[in-house]
Design a protein around this ligand. Structure first.
Ligand code: SAH
Length: 458
C-alpha cells in the first residue's frame, strides 16, 4: 500500500528580503565531521594546473565572472573537479550525499514517482526516466529496484537517460546499473548506451539535457539530486550606481587560509567598477531582485544555467502534459541565496578559491527562481514546494519502510539504518532534513497537490 495522507499545499510566499552578508562560508554539502584535512601540497607557484590557467586567463581578459570560475573548477577538461575525480563520494571522498547514506532515500523518491505515474492515469508507454547528475548511480538503482514491483510502470519505461559530465562517473553508473563489466557503446551523436540489469531497459548517457529526446509523445520523469548546486552562479552587489558584478581576480599575496589546515586562497572576489553585461541583464529578471536593489550592499546570486535547465524541464513536462520532476538540493526556502559559494575537500569546508579543480565548489539553489522560471516557461505546468526534505521523506512513509525492513535485520544492521534515517530526516538547525528542500514540477491540474507536498510530517 502506498502512503496516502491528507495533504496541504505548502506555498512559500514570495518574500524578497535584504540579507545581511557575513563573508563566511555557510552550511554546505554534508561533510563527515572530524576527518583530518589532506595536507596542503608543497608550496609551488600554482597549487594546480587549473590555477595557473585561470591566472593567465585573468591576466589577459581581466577579472572573470564567478560563473566562469565555477564552470572551470567543476567541469574543465583540463583538471575540473568532476572531470578528474574518480569518486568524490563517501568517507574516502570529499562529501557524502543522501542516496549514499541510506537506500531509504532512493526508495522514497521511487515511491513518489509511482504515485505520480498513477495520478496521471498510469501511462502505458513513452515513459522516460531521466536523472541529472547521477553520481555513483545509487539513487537511480534504488529507484529502479523500488518501482520494479509495479510491472505496468516498468514496462512503460522506454529509456533511462542520465545526464553526466564525468566520464569516470558514467562508467561507475554503468557498472552499478548494467553490471560490473559493462562496456558502453558510443552513438554518432556522442551519447553512450548500455542495457540496464533492471528489466533490460536501455540506458543513455548524455553530457547535457538538451540531447535527451523530448516532445508531446514522451512522459519524462526527471530527478535532480544535488545537481543544481553544481551549476555556476553570478553574484551581484547593489550600489548607489546600480548592480555591480562580483568578479574573480588573483588574491593578494597576504591572503590567509579560510580554515586551519586549508591552503591560502589564490583568488578573491572583487566588485566590478563598471556594469558588466551580466549585471545589466540578470538582476532585472525578477521582481525579487528589483526589490533588493534599493538597499545598497544587498548581494544576490543568480544561476542562469540553472534557469535554462529548469526551463527545459518545464517545457518537456508541458509538451505532453505528462511526467514530473523532483528537484532535491540545498538552499533557502524563499529568500535569494547570498554568499553561498563554498568549497569542500575531504569533508571540510575550505575556501572555494583554493586549489581550483581539487576542491568541490557549489552554491545554494534558489528554488524560488527555479519555480518562477518553470511557470514562465510553460503554462501547462505547476510547481509545488519547496518543502523541507525531512517533512517530505516522512510524508512519503520512510519511517514505515524502515520498520518493515528492520524486521529482517540484525541489531547492527538496524542501528545503521536508524542512523541513516535520522541523518536524512532530522530537522534541527543545520541538519539534512532541514537544509535540503524538495521542489516538484508537474503537469497543470488545477493545483491538485502531489503526495509529499502537504508540508505535513507523518
Ligand atoms: N546525485 C548524486 C551526485 C551529486 S554530485 C548524489 O546525490 O549522490 C553532482 C553530480 O552532478 C555528479 O554526478 C557530477 O558529475 C554531475 N555534474 C556536475 N555538474 C554537471 C554538469 N554541468 N553537467 C552534467 N553533470 C554534472
Amino acid at each position: 500500500m502506498l502512503p496516502q495522507r491528507q495533504l496541504l499545499r505548502f506555498a512559500a510566499p514570495l518574500r524578497p528580503r535584504k540579507l545581511l552578508v557575513p563573508i563566511t562560508p555557510s552550511a554546505c554539502r554534508y561533510s563527515i565531521a572530524g576527518l583530518p584535512a589532506t595536507p596542503a601540497p608543497e608550496s609551488k607557484t600554482f597549487s594546480t594546473p587549473l590555477a595557473k590557467q585561470l591566472t593567465e586567463a585573468i591576466k589577459t581578459t581581466g577579472p572573470i565572472p564567478l560563473a566562469a570560475y565555477m564552470r572551470q573548477c567543476l567541469t574543465s577538461s583540463s583538471g575540473g573537479y568532476y572531470t578528474t575525480h574518480a569518486d568524490p563520494f563517501g568517507r574516502r571522498g570529499d562529501f557524502i550525499t543522501s542516496p549514499e547514506i541510506s537506500q531509504l532515500f532512493g526508495e522514497m523518491l521511487g515511491v513518489w514517482l509511482v504515485t505520480e505515474w498513477m495520478a496521471q492515469g498510469r501511462p502505458k508507454s513513452g515513459v522516460d526516466l531521466i536523472e541529472l547528475g547521477p553520481g555513483r548511480g545509487t539513487l537511480m538503482d534504488d529507484v529502479l529496484r523500488t518501482i520494479s514491483s509495479f510491472r505496468a510502470l516498468t514496462t512503460a519505461i522506454e529509456s533511462i537517460h542520465l545526464v553526466e559530465a564525468s566520464p569516470t562517473l558514467r562508467q561507475t553508473q554503468a557498472s552499478l546499473l548494467c553490471g560490473p563489466s559493462t562496456e558502453l557503446s558510443e552513438l554518432p551523436s556522442g551519447v553512450f548506451t548500455a542495457v540496464s540489469k533492471h528489466a533490460n531497459i536501455p540506458v543513455h548517457w548524455h553530457s547535457s539535457l538538451s540531447t535527451v529526446p523530448a516532445g508531446p509523445s514522451r512522459t519524462p520523469f526527471i530527478l535532480a539530486h544535488e545537481f543544481f548546486d553544481a551549476l555556476p552562479i553570478h553574484a551581484f552587489e547593489s550600489t548607489a550606481q546600480g548592480w555591480r558584478e562580483l568578479l574573480v581576480s588573483p588574491a593578494p599575496p597576504t591572503a590567509k587560509p579560510l580554515v586551519i589546515g586549508g591552503a591560502a586562497p589564490e583568488f578573491a572576489l572583487t566588485r566590478a567598477t563598471q556594469p558588466t553585461p551580466h549585471a545589466l541583464l540578470l538582476p532585472e529578471l525578477s521582481q525579487r531582485y528589483r526589490a533588493l536593489k534599493k538597499s545598497a550592499g544587498s548581494i544576490i546570486e543568480v544561476s542562469p544555467e540553472s534557469l535554462t535547465v529548469v526551463e527545459d524541464i518545464a517545457k518537456r513536462i508541458g509538451a505532453g502534459s505528462s511526467g514530473a520532476a523532483l528537484i532535491v538540493d540545498y538552499g533557502p526556502l524563499d529568500t535569494v541565496p547570498v554568499n553561498s559559494l563554498r568549497g569542500i575537500r575531504a569533508h571540510r569546508i575550505v575556501s572555494p578559491f583554493e586549489r581550483p579543480g581539487e576542491v568541490d565548489v557549489s552554491a545554494d539553489v534558489d528554488f524560488h527562481a527555479l519555480a518562477e522560471r518553470a511557470l514562465v516557461a510553460s503554462e501547462r505546468v505547476e510547481v509545488h514546494g519547496p518543502v523541507e526534505q525531512g517533512a517530505f521523506l516522512l510524508t512519503m512513509g520512510m519511517r514505515e519502510r524502515m520498520e518493515q525492513l528492520g524486521k529482517k535485520m540484525n541489531d547492527e544492521e538496524k542501528k545503521r539504518m536508524d542512523t541513516g534515517f535520522n541523518r536524512l530526516v532530522e530537522r534541527g538547525p543545520g541538519t539534512m532534513g532541514k537544509i535540503y528542500k524538495v521542489l516538484a514540477i508537474v503537469p497543470e491540474r488545477g493545483g491538485k497537490r502531489p503526495v509529499g507536498f502537504g508540508g505535513m510530517a507523518a
